[in-house]
Design a binder for this molecule. Structure first.
Ligand code: DC
Length: 240
């Protein structure tokens, strides 16, 4: 379905939602079905935390982290054939593939801390908006529908009940061989949701023109089909 498009006719699907709502899995499959780029903005916040840690900079030092991000080159791509090792996306920072290095508890927490800083957000949002000027994108995060891509043709607030999200995250960790306790996962999820929706800069919220899609009890394939039903008319409209 992808073909060369002018900047004006590029299509953007923006997905926001709380922790473990299935945004990544759904966005990745959608992007694959459409032949578009999947942009995992959470990975970029994780990479900012990684840059800070490596530079010996505190997660509280907003200016220093923003400056590290400004000076770094981020490349996000759908995994190539040789990169299909279970990852949803490939993130290369200054030539280094950090896709797996950022998937630790340390950088989950670190990302949530660095994401609270206005300067860091400004710097990452700029990079994300640039990507969307070059590709059709399915972009997901916590501020995509109202900050990064406020003109997206489709805005989705993807959610599910707290228990279901905790169960999904717990299951995912066990599958990865992590010895996770359900109640700890639930507590951690609540803390991160709280931080996302209470932070001073661009807190996660539902915009007026977003489609609130509660996926509790649904299979991923069903979720994807329901979204594709909304995307198809947009694509045919943008081809006219
Ligand atoms: O989706 P994730 O767990 O990989 O995101 C990591 C952290 O980054 C999470 O605490 C929320 C934050 N984040 C954000 O503030 N804005 C985004 N657009 C994406 C993620």
């Amino acid at each position: 379905m992808s073909k060369a498009r002018t900047r004006e006719s590029l299509v953007q699907i923006a997905i926001d939602g709380p922790v473990a709502a299935g945004k990544g899995t759904v966005a990745r499959i959608l992007a694959e079905r459409l032949g578009w780029l999947y942009v995992d903005t959470g990975a970029m916040y994780r990479a900012a935390a990684l840059l800070a840690r490596r530079a010996g900079v505190s997660f509280e030092d907003s200016k220093a982290i923003a400056s590290l991000v400004d000076r770094s080159h981020f490349e996000m791509r759908n995994p190539t054939d040789t990169e299909r090792d279970g990852r949803l996306t490939t993130l290369v920072v200054d030539g280094e593939d950090v896709s797996w290095k950022i998937r630790t508890e340390e950088f989950s927490r670190g990302a949530s801390m660095v994401a609270a800083h206005q300067e860091v957000r400004r710097s990452l949002v700029e990079k994300q908006q640039k990507i969307a000027t070059l590709h059709n994108v399915v972009m997901e995060g916590r501020d995509i529908t109202f900050r990064v891509l406020p003109k997206a043709q489709l805005k989705i607030f993807l959610t599910a009940s707290e228990e279901e999200r905790a169960k999904r995250r717990h299951h995912q960790l066990i599958e990865r061989g992590v010895d996770a306790d359900y109640n700890t996962v639930l507590d951690d999820l609540r803390t991160r949701d709280w931080r996302d929706s209470e932070r001073g800069t661009d807190p996660l919220h539902i915009v007026e023109d977003a489609w609130v899609f509660d996926t509790t009890g649904m299979k991923i394939s069903e979720v994807v089909e329901r979204i594709l039903d909304k995307v198809r008319p947009i694509i045919s409209g943008s081809n006219n």
